[in-house]
Design a protein around this ligand. Structure first.
Ligand code: HEC
Ligand code: HEC
Length: 389
């Protein structure tokens, strides 16, 4: 009898309309800040629309939760996450730049510069490589997302050198009424925790995807990821072939036939970096050409490396000093092995001699035409990923 009464009580509570999980979310409070059409009842759909030929997925655990991703969107754009209310994640990860930064090194708190180029966050989930940062020092996205908040230069809740720590940010968020309501709505608890922030930002960041490129249309209509595609020009198909096919070198390291084998590391159809790739010979410190740094082995996906206008969305490489796509081609055209750089990937460095691809002008143009086909358009406009403020 007691058991029966108890379960009846539970049932009664969980059935109260508009009272999910027994909590009273004040949607008016949220709408008063973000506008009457802010999507909370229901939230927008953040589930992935990746096509079936996209197989790589480094997401850990359950599917993206739409409410958590919505809270993640607010956190991502909120300057309150920085110590002096000047910097949001979106300051360095801009939607119009495929969620990278148009500056070579990003400006953080009090004008300080980041040590490397801000990485584009497009299709971050669709990679074998689940570790984060250029040097892969974060073990997962969930581990990564609260690190910028606690970075001395980036957002400043470091707990070091006189800066307050994470608890101070949690108290700050608890004092902001829209966060009380958003955390209550997404996590059933109006108080912010580091784990909740990490989960919400992870869900938001891992939802950012781009799969509406000309390349995707080619794959969809031909049923192959390697082309040739009927919607491509001859130049684009030739560029794709150069990208996919490894080079045949003679004993002096000069290319005698084949392509240039970019796909050995930037793997289609995701164009994310393969697991186990070593460094590619860009081995100096950002902003310091004489400094030596061979720890960088990750690249953002090459999807949307170029913008809709064909110009790079961001300066490229961890150094941020590759401003034109032609500079990228130049780098791979002649790979100079550095005797100090023992961690260089053997797909690029072949012993002590310089590897020469000897790319012709038209090969260079065709390669660039192909890379342009990897750019989508929804990424730059979809309101699911745009500022809610
Ligand atoms: C001041 C600029 C700045 C801010 C603010 C910033 N980032 Fe970054 N972000 C960077 C830089 C620079 C890197 C690359 C750092 C490195 O590899 O050493 C990076 C890398 C990343 C990566 C790794 C991507 C990959 O492919 O490995 C993720 C994810 C990320 N940031 C998410 C965020 C989130 C979430 C926030 C807000 C909580 C944020 N960032 C705030 C500059 C910034
Ligand atoms: C041996 C593996 C390897 C091969 C082969 C390779 N890359 Fe890379 N690529 C990398 C790595 C690693 C990085 C990141 C390096 C860094 O910033 O330190 C990178 C970075 C890039 C970037 C910059 C991306 C960004 O977001 O800044 C572009 C563009 C690029 N590669 C294009 C190409 C092209 C085109 C080819 C073929 C000509 C190619 N890569 C061949 C490993 C490779």
């Amino acid at each position: 009898m007691r058991l029966f009464l108890f379960s009846f009580f539970l049932l009664a509570v969980s059935c109260t309309p508009g009272n999910p999980g027994g909590s009273d979310v004040d949607f008016q409070e949220i709408r008063s800040v973000f506008g009457s059409d802010f999507p909370v009842e229901p939230p927008l759909d953040y589930q992935s629309n990746a096509p079936s030929y996209v197989q790589l997925d480094n997401r850990i655990g359950s599917d993206i939760d739409d409410k958590k991703a919505t809270l993640g969107r607010v956190l991502f754009y909120d300057k309150n996450l920085s110590l002096n209310n000047t910097i949001a994640c979106a300051s360095c990860h801009q939607q119009n730049a495929a969620f990278g930064d148009t500056s070579s090194r990003s400006i953080g708190l009090d004008g300080g510069l980041t040590g490397r180029q801000s990485m584009r966050l497009t299709n971050l989930r669709f990679s074998n490589e689940g570790k984060m940062f250029w040097d892969e020092r974060a073990v997962s996205l969930n581990d990564q997302v609260t690190q910028p908040i606690q970075d001395h230069i980036e957002m400043g809740f470091s707990g070091l050198q006189g800066q307050p720590g994470m608890n101070s940010l949690l108290a700050k968020l608890d004092s902001i009424p829209y966060y009380n309501e958003l955390f209550l709505w997404a996590f059933d608890n109006e108080s912010a925790t580091e784990a909740f922030i990490a989960e919400a930002l992870t869900d938001f960041v891992s939802s950012i995807e781009s799969f509406d490129s000309k390349y995707d249309q080619g794959v969809q209509s031909s049923g192959t990821i390697t082309g040739p595609f009927s919607n491509f020009t001859a130049e684009e198909n030739h560029g794709l072939d150069l990208f996919l096919t490894p080079a045949q070198l003679n004993s002096s390291g000069i290319r005698i036939s084949g392509g240039i084998g970019c796909a050995g590391c930037h793997q289609p159809p995701e164009f994310s970096i393969g697991a186990g790739v070593r460094n590619n010979g860009v081995d100096h410190v950002a902003g310091d050409p004489s400094g030596f740094d061979t720890t960088n082995t990750k690249s953002p996906s090459l999807r949307d490396v170029l913008g809709i206008n064909g110009i790079p969305n961001t300066p490229m490489m961890h150094t941020g000093d590759f401003l034109e796509f032609t500079t990228i081609i130049e780098h791979y055209n002649e790979v100079i092995p550095d005797v100090n750089n023992i961690t260089m990937d053997p797909r690029l460095a072949k012993g002590p001699s310089v590897v020469k691809m000897e790319l012709t002008t038209s090969e260079r143009e065709d390669l660039e035409s192909f890379v342009k086909t990897l750019t989508g358009s929804a990424l730059y406009a979809d309101i699911r990923w745009s500022s809610p403020f």
